[in-house]
Design a protein around this ligand. Structure first.
Ligand SMILES: Nc1ncnc2c1ncn2[C@@H]1O[C@H](COP(=O)(O)OP(=O)(O)OP(=O)(O)O)[C@@H](O)[C@H]1O
Ligand SMILES: [Mg+2]
Length: 283
């Protein structure tokens, strides 16, 4: 028997014809004053793929994510999910359609425990109200799902901690646990391991690997560490000064003259905080 969440996911999928890319941006752009932070980026993302988005500091990667998830309104272009224009939808509406952006802890419930935060996300995903919460079988099913999400990010032993008291690395894990609980179609990770200690990083990378291995999700990953990008990505797109300047398989993109020139150029002018070199550390 399928769980309620699986039924929801199935319903969400079956509404959408397979010929459309899961996510697509067309001429998507935003201008801050005179500055084009994202400059008419057109790009489609297919189901079951992991695309790394790379580029130097200030290239527009986070802003591109904000435009896709609806945190920012574009000054040009549009966003389509399963071929349907979602440009007019708010961030919460897009989240309900399956755009999964890790929330900052400040957007969650800092005074609730880790477990309570994840349970609320599970409950929200299942689309049930508090009146049904009392149904014991459903309660057990959702509680188990929350525990499963906590285990996947190695936070089960801190489930009773108040969220705001977590160290930074654990807060990032909680964000990912909540994202898992929401079961999005599109997972957007913006430097997911930034601020994590060396021993925490593999947990998150393995999790992203597992999400990709599921084969039915679409993953967008902003990441500065090129060894991580190389090991996880099916495809790399490069943003530079807001523009999409390269797009292709990892080996080809990394070797492409435009990337080499862009990063050599940047390196000779002012070194970016995160160098685009093999294994460069971030955070
Ligand atoms: N709300 C905003 N108002 C004005 N300018 C902004 C705003 N958000 C971003 N910018 C500018 O847009 C540009 C792109 O910023 P963005 O944060 O998207 O870069 P990034 O590629 O994510 O960089 P990093 O690798 O450092 O995270 C930068 O010049 C930034 O200063
Ligand atoms: Mg950024």
């Amino acid at each position: 028997m399928r769980t309620l969440a699986e039924q929801h996911a199935g319903n969400r999928r079956s509404r959408h014809p397979a010929e459309h890319p899961v996510l697509e941006t067309r001429d998507l752009g935003i201008r801050f004053g005179g500055h084009l932070a994202v400059d008419r980026v057109s790009c489609a993302f297919a189901r079951g793929t992991l695309t790394a988005i790379v580029g130097p500091n200030g290239a527009g990667k986070t802003t591109y994510f904000n435009l896709i998830s609806g945190q920012l309104a574009p000054t040009s272009g549009r966003v389509a999910l399963f071929g349907e224009d979602i440009s007019g939808l708010s961030a919460p509406q897009r989240a309900r359609r399956g755009i999964g952006r890790a929330f900052q802890l400040t957007q969650l419930f800092p005074r609730l425990t880790v477990r309570e935060n994840v349970r609320l996300a599970v409950q929200s995903r299942a689309g049930i109200g508090l009146e049904l919460w009392s149904m014991w079988n459903r309660h057990v099913e959702l509680a188990e799902k929350a525990e499963h999400c906590l285990h996947r990010v190695s936070l089960a032993d801190k489930a009773d901690r108040v969220a705001s008291t977590l160290p930074h690395g654990d807060q990032r894990k909680l964000e990912v646990a909540i994202l898992l609980a929401l079961e999005p179609e599109v997972f957007m990770f913006d430097e997911p391991t930034a601020g994590m200690s060396v021993d925490e990083v593999p947990v998150i990378l393995e999790l992203i690997r597992q999400i990709k291995a599921q084969g039915d999700k679409t993953v967008l990953l902003v990441e500065h560490k090129m060894d991580v990008v190389r090991s996880l990505a099916d495809r790399i797109i490069v943003l530079h000064q807001g523009r999409l300047v390269a797009d292709g398989d990892p080996a080809t993109v990394i070797a492409s003259p435009i990337v080499q020139e862009a990063y050599l150029g940047i390196a000779s002018a002012s070194p970016p905080e995160h160098a685009m070199t093999e294994g460069a550390a971030h955070g």
